[in-house]
Design a protein around this ligand. Structure first.
Ligand SMILES: [Zn+2]
Length: 277
C-alpha cells in the first residue's frame, strides 16, 4: 500500500477528543503513517507536543496562528525556543499573514461598519501584530535551523516580502495552497514548498488541480488541515488524517503519475523539510 503523511492536522482540537485513538488508527490503516499536529497558540502547541509523546506516528509544530494575533504576547520568541527543544517538534508555525476579514470590516450589531478612520487604525494594528509575530517565528526558525509552516490568506505579496530576507536560512511550506501556478513558482524560487488539502477534490477546484500538475515533484506536500476541509466524498463532514488517501488519489490523477511515485516524492519532500520526521 502506498504510504502518505498528513503534514497539517489539528489533532488537538476538541473535535477529536471523543475518538482520537480511532482517528489515529484509521489513519494508519489507510497508509497515513505520519501525522503532523500543528499548534495555533502556545496551549495548542503544548497539546500537540503531548499528542506527539502519546502516539509514535504523531509529530508537532509549535507556533501562533496569525488570525489569533491580537491575543498573542508581545514577544513569543522565548516560548518558541523552549517548545522547539522537544525532539518531536519538527518545524515552527503555523505563522504568516491573514488579511481575510480584517477587524475594520466587521459590522456592529446594527449592521453598520465602524467609521473609516477607526477601521483603518484597527486593521493597521492587527496587521502589524501579525507581521511582528511572523517575523519572530522566522527569526527563531533561522536561529535554530528549523523551517516554518506558513498560513497565508489574501496576503501573498506581504508574506513573500517578509519571508524573502530569511529565504537563505528558512524554508516555508505554504499550507492549504489555493493560489495560481505563477504564485507557486515564486514560492518554489524561494526554495519553499506548497501543500494541498482536500480542496483539490472539490468539483470547482480545477485551478488547484492545475497547480498540482504544474508543481515540481520535490516541492509540494499533501495535508488535510483537519478537522476542516474534508475531501470528496466526505465534504462538509469532520475531516481526519485518513482522508489524505482521497487527496492523494486526486493528486496522482492530476499529475498523471502512480500513487507509488506520488508517495515516494511527497514523503521524501516532507522528510527533507521537517526536522527529525
Ligand atoms: Zn491549520
Amino acid at each position: 500500500m502506498p504510504i502518505f503523511y498528513d503534514t497539517h492536522a489539528h489533532l488537538d482540537y476538541p473535535d477529536f477528543a471523543p475518538d482520537l485513538e480511532q482517528v489515529v488508527e484509521r489513519a494508519q490503516a489507510a497508509g497515513i503513517t505520519k501525522i503532523i499536529s500543528i499548534g495555533t497558540d502556545l496551549e495548542s502547541s503544548r497539546r500537540a507536543i503531548q499528542l506527539a509523546e502519546r502516539f509514535d506516528c504523531v509529530y508537532a509544530v509549535a507556533g501562533w496562528h496569525p488570525s489569533d494575533a491580537p491575543r498573542a504576547p508581545a514577544d513569543l520568541r522565548g516560548a518558541l525556543r523552549e517548545l522547539a527543544r522537544h525532539p518531536k517538534v519538527v518545524a515552527l508555525g503555523e505563522t504568516g499573514l491573514d488579511y481575510h476579514r480584517l477587524p475594520g470590516s466587521r459590522k456592529n450589531e446594527a449592521g453598520e461598519p465602524p467609521p473609516a478612520a477607526t477601521a483603518a487604525a484597527e486593521d493597521q494594528r492587527y496587521q502589524s501584530k501579525q507581521a511582528e509575530l511572523f517575523r519572530q517565528h522566522l527569526e527563531v526558525a533561522a536561529e535554530l535551523g528549523l523551517n516554518c509552516v506558513i498560513h497565508q490568506r489574501d496576503s501573498l505579496e506581504d508574506t513573500l516580502a517578509q519571508l524573502q530576507p530569511f529565504a537563505d536560512r528558512v524554508r516555508g511550506v505554504f499550507h492549504c495552497f489555493a493560489n495560481d501556478a505563477a504564485a507557486m513558482r515564486r514560492i518554489v524560487a524561494m526554495n519553499s514548498l506548497v501543500s494541498f488539502t482536500g480542496i483539490a477534490t472539490f468539483k470547482n477546484a480545477q485551478s488547484v488541480r492545475e497547480v498540482i500538475a504544474a508543481a515540481p515533484a520535490d516541492r509540494f506536500l499533501l495535508e488535510t488541515d483537519c478537522p476542516y476541509l474534508a475531501p470528496v466524498p466526505y465534504r462538509g463532514k469532520r475531516c481526519e488524517p485518513a482522508y489524505v488517501k482521497e487527496i492523494s488519489e486526486v493528486a496522482a490523477q492530476a499529475r498523471g503519475c502512480s500513487l507509488e511515485e506520488l508517495s515516494a516524492a511527497t514523503c521524501r519532500t516532507a522528510q527533507r523539510f521537517f526536522r527529525n520526521l
